[in-house]
Ligand binder design. Structure first.
Ligand code: ADP
Length: 258
């Protein structure tokens, strides 16, 4: 990733308070370049998920602005929101697959944002979309499982289907919310390699929340440390010292609650 790459995503003073009065995100700033792989680390309750969810409007920020691909998307709604979401894929800790459907059917769902509601409901995908979905399943090493129901797959395989679905969406940005939290170390590594590859090979910007500092250091261009809704570190992996790690994980967070 070149330093001269344009900025793809900018969050300015992003703040989110929940109805409970809890300030989950407290004036968070970040600018992420095209093709950059940024890990967001922090304890449970630090605000990682809140930040990721604000970006594609799964939740609405209380204040601050979001600029995505050169447009202020803070207040987008309706058709504009749908158009924006096409270019932002999500990868979830719990995979969010349809388990009674096959791997290829799940991957094709990554194309839903490009179709009318009727075409989507009827599963009317073009030959090109089907070919791309197979290519992406092959890319994540699951070509032989295309017609396997996803409830038959291991956790690591499920997450790879989730990544194939994210890639077939043709995104500019992948938001991955704790994508390896339910996986063993070997599957975790495979999943992070695939996300890193998305940045390196396809120029897709990746914003990935992680618990594991070592993985963040190994795979990221840049690490953001969140504590109590604020960025307490934003820099290169090798600038993350053990005292900063203690600061990130030592705050009054909710480790163990979730
Ligand atoms: P992380 O992803 O770092 O674990 P979250 O963004 O999930 O952190 O949570 C940040 C804070 O916001 C926590 O204190 C959490 O309890 C609170 N929170 C998250 N979601 C909600 C919600 N829907 N309603 C009220 N409080 C919430």
């Amino acid at each position: 990733m070149a330093d001269a790459s344009p900025i793809l995503l900018e969050l300015n003073q992003l703040t989110k308070s929940y109805g409970s009065g809890k300030v989950a995100l407290d004036g968070f700033d970040i600018a992420v370049r095209k093709g950059e792989f940024v890990s967001v680390i922090g304890s449970s309750g630090a605000g990682k998920s809140t930040m990721l969810r604000c970006i594609n409007h799964l939740i609405e920020p209380t204040s601050g602005t979001i600029v995505f691909d050169g447009k202020d998307t803070t207040k987008v709604r309706g058709r504009e929101l749908r158009r924006m979401r096409r270019r932002i894929s999500m990868v979830f800790q719990n995979y969010n697959l349809v388990y009674r459907a096959t791997a290829i059917e799940n991957v094709l769902q990554g194309r839903l944002g490009y179709k009318s509601a009727i075409a989507g409901a009827l599963g009317l995908y073009t030959e090109d979309e089907k070919r791309r979905a197979f290519e992406m399943l092959d890319h994540v090493g699951l070509a032989d499982f295309a017609y396997t129901r996803t409830d038959q797959l291991s956790g690591g395989q499920k997450q790879r289907v989730g990544i194939a679905r994210a890639l077939v969406q043709d995104p500019l940005l992948i938001l991955a919310d704790e994508p390896i939290a339910s996986l063993d170390p070997k599957s975790s590594r495979t999943v992070l390699e695939l996300l890193r590859g998305a940045a390196d090979k396809f120029g897709i910007t990746c914003l990935v929340s992680l618990h594991q500092v070592e993985f963040a250091q190994e795979f990221s261009d840049r690490i953001v440390g969140l504590a109590d809704g604020r960025a307490v570190f934003d820099g290169a992996p090798d600038a993350l010292t053990s005292s900063i790690v203690s600061e990130i994980y030592g705050g009054d967070s909710e480790e163990g609650e979730q």
